[in-house]
Design a protein around this ligand. Structure first.
Ligand SMILES: Nc1ncnc2c1ncn2[C@@H]1O[C@H](COP(=O)(O)OP(=O)(O)OP(=O)(O)O)[C@@H](O)[C@H]1O
Ligand SMILES: Cc1ncc(CO)c(N)n1
Ligand SMILES: [Mg+2]
Length: 535
C-alpha cells in the first residue's frame, strides 16, 4: 500500500518529504523491506517506569509493535506519588516530533501527558504537517496518586484542537469529568452520558470512558461509544495494588492494535483483555513501598516467582525429596500426571521431574503446563526429563538429562544460565564432567536394583559414596529407594548428598501424598541425626 502510494507520489506530485525517502530506496533498489507497525507515543517520562513513556514502550513491545518516543516532560515519580515535574520546552517537543514524523513511517500517534498549551499546539501543528493513520488521545491530567500532570489551562486546547482530530479519546473518570466542566461521574449510566457528550461536543470519532476508579464496582467496567452504539466492556476487577499505569498501557495497546490494522472496537477489546491479563499476572509482585505499584507488561515475573523464601536460582536443598513421575504407574492407578504431581507435592515432595517416555509430544506439553501451574503455586521447581523442547515450550524450571541424552553444555546453551540442569552419573569421571559442563546437580544410582529402568547397572551404597566424594556438585541418590532403605542412604552422612529421588515408592502406591509425607520425614530426620553426629 505504501509503495503503491509512493509510486503515485513520484509520478504525480514530486513533492517528496523525507518520510517517503526510505520507500524510494526500497523501490529503486528492488529490496523488499519489512516494516514493523509503528506507534509514536508523545508522553511524559515516569522515573518509576510504571506509567508514561516507559509503560508505552513496554506495552508496544509486548504487543509486537515498534514504539518511538517524544518526551514532553520528565517526572520524578515512584509508587508513592509524583515528587517533581520538569517540562520539556515546546520548541524541543516540536523538534522531536519533526525528527520522528519526518523519517520513521509512523502509523499511529498515541498521546499521554501533554502538560502545556504550547505542547498541545506544537503537536497539533506537526500532525497537520505529517498526518498519520490514527490518533489515540489519552487525556492525562491527574495521576492516580492525585498529582496534577496537566493543569486546567490545557483543557480548551484539548477540546478545540486535539480531540477533534482524535480517532479515540480515552479519559478516566476524573479526566472525563474535567473535560465536561467538573460534572460528577459515579455510575455506569453517568459514564454513558459522558461518553456521548465528549463525542458529540468535542469531536473524537470514538470515546472510551475508563472505569478503573468507579466506586463500588466489582467489575472493571469501561464504556465505549462510537457515535452510534454504546458498548459496556467488562472484565473481572483484579485485586491488586499494582495498577499504576493501566491507563497509559491501555491506550498504547489500542494504538498498537490499530497500527497492526485492527478496527477500533476489536482493538479496544484486545487492549482491555491485555491489561486484565497483565494485572492478574502481576497481582502479587512487590515493587516500591507506596500505594500503587507497577505491573509487569511482559507477564514474565510471576512465572519466575517461586516461594519467596527460596532464591529463584537452584537451591540444592530442593533435592530433599525428589519425585520422578512414571506414566505406566499412573495408568495402572488411573491417575493423571497432574494429579500425581499435586499429591506428591502436597505430601512434601520438594522438586518434581516429569519422566514420560511413552507419551505424544502434544500430550506431554499439555501435562507439563498443568503440572507447572501446580508446582508454581507451591513454590516447587519442575524439571523435564530429557526433553529440552518441552522444558522450553512450557518454561519449566529445567531439565534432567542422562549420559546419552542432550549433552549438558548444549542443554545449558539452549536453556540459558537460570534454568536447572541435572545429569545422571554413575562414576567420578561423569560427575567431574557434569561439573565442567555446567550442570547444577547430579543424580547418582541405581543405588538399589529397580524395575523402573531396564538394564540399569546398580552401583550400590559404595558406588554412591564414591561418586559423592568425587562430585563438586550436590547429589541426589536414585534407584530402588523407599521407606525401608532410605535411612541407610542418608546415613552415609555425605555433605553433598542432599536427598533421594523416588519413582515407585510414590507413584506405584495407593496414596501418593502419605508416602511422600513419610519419606520426607524419614529423609529429614536422618539428615538431622547424621549432621548432629558429624558436629
Ligand atoms: N483492578 C483492575 N482490574 C482489572 N482492570 C482494571 C483494574 N483497574 C483498572 N482496570 C482497567 O484498566 C484500564 C485503565 O483504567 P483506569 O481507570 O485505571 O485508567 P487511568 O486512571 O487512566 O490509569 P493510570 O492513571 O493508572 O494510568 C481500564 O480498562 C480499566 O477498566
Ligand atoms: C508521566 C506520566 N504519564 C501518565 C501518568 C498517568 O498514569 C503518570 N502517572 N505519569
Ligand atoms: Mg486508575
Amino acid at each position: 500500500m505504501q509503495v503503491f502510494m509512493l509510486g503515485f507520489q513520484l509520478s504525480g506530485v514530486l513533492n517528496l518529504k523525507a518520510v517517503h525517502e526510505t520507500n524510494v530506496y526500497a523501490v529503486t533498489t528492488g529490496c523488499s523491506k519489512q516494516r514493523l507497525p509503528h506507534v509514536l507515543t508523545v508522553a511524559g517520562s515516569d522515573s518509576g517506569a510504571g506509567a508514561g513513556i516507559q509503560a508505552d514502550l513496554k506495552a508496544c513491545a509486548a504487543r509486537g509493535v515498534y514504539c518511538s518516543t517524544v518526551v514532553t516532560a520528565v517526572t520524578a515519580q515512584n509508587t508513592v506519588g509524583v515528587q517533581g515535574v520538569n517540562i520539556v520546552p515546546e520548541r524541543f517537543v516540536s523538534e522531536q516530533l519533526q525528527s520522528v514524523l519526518s523519517d520513521m513511517n509512523v502509523d499511529v500517534v498515541k498521546t499521554g501527558m501533554l502538560p502545556t498549551v504550547g505542547i498541545v499546539k506544537a503537536l497539533y501543528d506537526r500532525l497537520k504537517q505529517y498526518p498519520v493513520q490514527a490518533l489515540v488521545v489519552d487525556p492525562v491530567m491527574v495521576s492516580t496518586s492525585g498529582d496534577v500532570l496537566a493543569g486546567p489551562s490545557v483543557l480548551d486546547t484539548f477540546r478545540d484542537q486535539l480531540l477533534p482530530m482524535a480517532d479515540i479519546a480515552t479519559p478516566n473518570l476524573k479526566e472525563a469529568s474535567a473535560l465536561l466542566g467538573g460534572i460528577r461521574l459515579q455510575t455506569v449510566s453517568d459514564m454513558r452520558s459522558a461518553a456521548k457528550s465528549i463525542h458529540n461536543n468535542m469531536g473524537p470519532r470514538n470515546v472510551l470512558i475508563k472505569g478503573g476508579d468507579l466506586p463500588a464496582s466489582s467489575d472493571a467496567v469501561d464504556i465505549f461509544f462510537d457515535g452510534v452504539e454504546f458498548y459496556e466492556l467488562r472484565s473481572s476487577r483484579i485485586q491488586t495494588r499494582n495498577s499504576h499505569g493501566t491507563g497509559c498501557t491501555l491506550a498504547s495497546c489500542i494504538a498498537a492494535e490499530l497500527a497492526k490494522g485492527s478496527q477500533m472496537l476489536p482493538a479496544v477489546r484486545v487492549a482491555k483483555h491485555y491489561v486484565e491479563t497483565a494485572l492478574d499476572y502481576s497481582k502479587d509482585i512487590l515493587i516500591g513501598n507506596g500505594l500503587q505499584g507497577p505491573f509487569d507488561h511482559l507477564c514474565k515475573l510471576k512465572r519466575n516467582i517461586r516461594n519467596s523464601s527460596k532464591p529463584q536460582r537452584f537451591d540444592p536443598d530442593d533435592l530433599l525429596l525428589y519425585a520422578v513421575t512414571d506414566s505406566r504407574m499412573n495408568n495402572k492407578w488411573g491417575r493423571s500426571i497432574t494429579d500425581s504431581v499435586r499429591a506428591a507435592i502436597e505430601g512434601g515432595a520438594t522438586i518434581v521431574q516429569l519422566r514420560e517416555k511413552d507419551i505424544e509430544t502434544s500430550n506431554f506439553l499439555e501435562a507439563a503446563k498443568k503440572s507447572l501451574e501446580v508446582c508454581r503455586s507451591h513454590g516447587v521447581p519442575l524439571l523435564i526429563n530429557d526433553r529440552i523442547d518441552i522444558a522450553l515450550a512450557c518454561d519449566a524450571d529445567g531439565v534432567h538429562v542422562g549420559q546419552s541424552d542432550m549433552p549438558v553444555h548444549v542443554a545449558r546453551s539452549l536453556l540459558g544460565p537460570e534454568k536447572i540442569i541435572g545429569v545422571s552419573c554413575k562414576t567420578p569421571e561423569q560427575a567431574h564432567q557434569a561439573w565442567v559442563n555446567g550442570a547444577d546437580y547430579i543424580g547418582s544410582g541405581g543405588v538399589y536394583s529397580t524395575n523402573t529402568k531396564a538394564n540399569n547397572i546398580t552401583i550400590g551404597l559404595d558406588g554412591l559414596k564414591t561418586v559423592c566424594l568425587a562430585s563438586k556438585l550436590p547429589v541426589v541418590a536414585i534407584g530402588g529407594i523407599g521407606p525401608s532403605n532410605v535411612r541407610a542412604v542418608m546415613e552415609l552422612g555425605l555433605e553433598n548428598l542432599k536427598g533421594v529421588a523416588v519413582v515407585s515408592a510414590l507413584f506405584d502406591r495407593e496414596c501418593i501424598a502419605s508416602e511422600a509425607q513419610n519419606l520426607h520425614t524419614l529423609v529429614s530426620e536422618t539428615m538431622k541425626a547424621t549432621s548432629v553426629f558429624h558436629d
